[in-house]
Design a protein around this ligand. Structure first.
Ligand SMILES: [Zn+2]
Length: 316
C-alpha cells in the first residue's frame, strides 16, 4: 500500500516514498515476485492460475504524483498496479484536508497556547503546553519515528489529536474548522503543487494505458463506519458510478478510506457491485481470504532490500 511518490518535508503519516526507492521496489518486485493488478490477481485465483509470490502494488487517494512520478516508473519497468481514487476529488485544485492541517500545524515553529474548536454539537479545547514550540530537533526526531509508536514530539501528538477530532466531521464543518485553525495559527500556509490530486485527463490517460487498474476509494474520503447507512451508500455507490461514467467500463475494486469498515460497510461495498475491497490491516492475502477485507502492507520510504526483507518476513 503506497500513497505518494514524493519527498515532502512534512509527512506525519510517512506516506511519501522517494522515486529512487520506488524504482528499487519495482526492480525487486519484478525480479523476485509476480506483480499484478488486484483484478488480475482475482481473475488468476478464480481460474486456478495462482502465481507464487503474487504481489499487488496499490496506491490510495489519487495524489497527482501517482500520475507524474509513479506511473512513468511503472510503465518503464512494465509493472502493473491498482490505483484507488478519491473519486469526488478528481480534478480538484484543493489539497486533501489532512495535508492542509499538517501544513498549518507542523510548519509553524510557534503556535498560540490554546485552540478551541466547535462543529455542530461538539466542541473541544486543546491546551498546547510544550506543543507551542516546534524546534528543529523535534522535527528531526519526528522524521525518524513511526506515527504509531508513541514517541512523537508534543507538536506531532497535538496534530494527531486534532486530526482525530476532525476526521469524522461532515465536510462543511471540517472546512470551517480548518479555516478557524488557519486564522488561529496566524500563519499563511504554502501549498505544495505536488499535493494536488490527479486531473481527469491524467486518470483517463492512465486508464487507457491498460497497465494500471483504476479502483474506487469513496467520493470524499469519508470515514465510512462513522456515517449513517444512507450516507455510506452514497459514498460507495457514487464513487463506483462516477468512475464508471468517466472511464466507460466497470470498476470492481474498492479500498476503504482510512481502512475504516465494519460489517455494514463491507455489505454495502458488495451490494454496490464491487468484487473486492482492501483494508489497511497489515498482512498477506491468504488463499481463503475474505475478499471484502483484504490486508495490505503499508510501504514506507525503504530501499529495495528493506522492502524485500519486510515482504518475505510475512512468509510470502
Ligand atoms: Zn486514503
Amino acid at each position: 500500500m503506497y500513497h505518494r511518490i514524493a519527498e515532502e518535508e512534512i509527512d506525519p503519516w510517512r506516506l511519501c516514498v522517494s522515486a529512487r526507492h520506488f524504482d528499487q521496489h519495482l526492480q525487486v518486485l519484478k525480479e523476485r515476485a509476480h506483480p499484478m493488478t488486484l483484478a488480475g490477481l482475482a481473475a488468476a485465483v478464480g481460474e486456478g492460475r495462482y502465481a507464487k509470490r503474487a504481489v499487488v502494488i496499490t496506491f490510495d487517494d489519487g495524489y497527482r504524483d501517482n500520475a507524474t512520478r509513479a506511473y512513468p516508473l511503472l510503465v518503464r519497468r512494465e509493472v502493473p498496479a491498482t490505483f484507488f481514487l478519491t473519486v469526488g476529488c478528481i480534478g480538484s485544485e484543493r489539497p486533501f484536508w489532512w495535508d492542509t492541517l499538517a501544513e498549518v500545524l507542523l510548519r509553524a515553529e510557534l503556535l498560540p497556547p490554546e485552540l478551541a474548536l466547535s462543529a455542530g454539537s461538539v466542541s473541544e479545547t486543546w491546551r498546547l503546553g510544550d506543543a507551542c514550540h516546534y524546534g528543529a530537533e523535534d522535527r528531526l526526531a519526528d522524521c525518524a519515528c513511526d506515527p504509531w509508536e508513541g514517541r512523537a514530539s508534543h507538536r506531532l501528538r497535538f496534530f494527531y489529536r486534532v486530526w482525530e477530532w476532525l476526521r469524522p466531521l461532515p465536510d462543511t464543518d471540517r472546512d470551517a474548522a480548518l479555516a478557524e485553525i488557519e486564522r488561529w495559527s496566524g500563519i499563511p500556509r504554502g501549498r505544495p503543487a505536488e499535493s494536488r490530486v490527479m486531473s481527469t485527463d491524467e486518470v483517463l490517460a492512465i486508464d487507457a494505458g491498460g497497465l494500471v487498474e483504476i479502483g474506487a476509494h469513496s467520493l470524499t474520503h469519508a470515514a465510512l463506519p462513522q456515517l449513517p447507512e444512507d450516507a455510506q451508500r452514497h459514498e460507495i455507490v457514487g464513487s463506483k458510478s462516477h468512475l464508471e461514467d468517466l472511464l466507460g467500463h466497470p470498476v470492481t475494486s474498492f479500498a476503504y478510506p482510512f481502512g475504516g469498515h465494519n460489517a455494514e460497510t463491507a455489505t454495502l461495498v458488495r451490494d454496490a457491485g464491487f468484487a473486492r475491497a482492501c483494508t489497511t490491516r497489515p498482512g498477506r492475502v491468504q488463499t481463503r481470504a475474505d475478499v471484502y477485507r483484504l490486508p495490505r502492507v503499508a510501504v514506507a520510504d525503504w530501499d529495495g532490500e528493506e522492502l524485500a526483507r519486510r515482504l518475505w518476513r510475512l512468509g510470502a
